[in-house]
Design a protein around this ligand. Structure first.
Ligand code: APR
Length: 249
């Protein structure tokens, strides 16, 4: 099915000063990273209550650390895809771009996006749960389970937000401010079921932003979006930019 954006969307984009893009696991799926709730999603195979919360980590730090190793090994092998690269191109087309991501894979930064807010942390950052000493993944020996802190022998955990944990204050406050000041907000590759991230498109809409959703499947955001494109991000975003540039000519 050809992807055709509404010319009205181009008109809005041509007057936009601040374009904000909220992304979820779907934007990285075409790079080869499984989503969470899709058919082949991680939560179909693994139980989040056993792997992605603090009590589970304290109960079985080895299992949880090995699972994050498993995920890092997947991410290590992949590259950003056309969707990530198009968001980098946005930076030379629109005055001000903010990427707000729920992903912990670092692929936006790897692609070259210069303004990325990580709501749920980053899988390559780690810290000691006792003294807070920070470790980046490359230096950590996780072969024998949860690595211990050199300073205090405390357990080292990934710097990601687990279920039941609050988001980093500065990241969520930053994201809420940008959502509220957006002229155009994209919601790309998220099921929009995890809060407070899922509130951001609604907050932008409340502040009169024009909302565009890109997701092969309908979500709760589809109902409030000004334009919804039910396609893969790696196909739809390059087409949007191509059609927009043609419209500008
Ligand atoms: N392009 C765009 N969207 C896609 C693509 C694609 N190629 N492939 C799948 N999707 C969509 C799916 O239809 C789904 O709606 O991406 C969405 C992925 O949803 P989830 O797996 O729920 O991921 P996400 O919304 O990022 O989850 C939010 O939940 O598990 C926690 O902390 C984790 O950050 C994560 C949060």
């Amino acid at each position: 099915m050809p992807i055709d954006f509404d010319p009205y969307t181009f008109e809005i984009l041509s007057n936009a000063k601040h374009v904000v893009i909220l992304t979820g696991a779907g934007i990285s799926s075409e790079s080869g990273i499984p989503t969470f709730r899709g058919e082949e999603g991680l939560w179909q195979k693994f139980r989040p209550e056993e792997l992605a919360n603090f009590n589970a980590f304290m109960d079985n730090p080895k299992l949880v650390s090995e699972w994050y190793n498993y995920r890092r090994n997947i991410i290590n092998k992949v590259k950003p895809n056309a969707a990530h690269h198009t968001l980098v191109e946005f930076e030379s087309v629109f005055p001000y771009i903010t990427v707000i991501t729920q992903n912990v894979d670092g692929l936006h930064q790897k692609a070259g996006s210069s303004h990325v807010i990580e709501l749920h942390g980053n899988i390559y950052r780690n810290y000691c749960i006792e003294c807070g000493k920070r470790y980046d993944y490359v230096k950590l020996d996780t072969r024998n389970g949860a690595p211990a802190c050199e300073e205090c022998s405390g357990l080292i955990r990934p710097d990601v937000v687990w279920f039941g944990e609050t988001l980093p204050m500065d990241a969520i406050q930053d994201a809420q401010q940008h959502a509220a000041s957006a002229d155009v907000m994209f919601s790309v590759g998220t099921s929009a079921v995890v809060y407070p991230a899922a509130d951001l498109p609604r907050a932008a809409k409340t502040h009169d932003a024009y909302l565009i959703e890109i997701n092969p499947e309908p979500t709760d955001i589809s109902m409030i979006a000004d334009e919804t494109i039910h396609n893969k991000a790696g196909e739809a975003l390059p087409v949007l930019l191509k059609q927009y540039k043609a419209w500008l000519d």
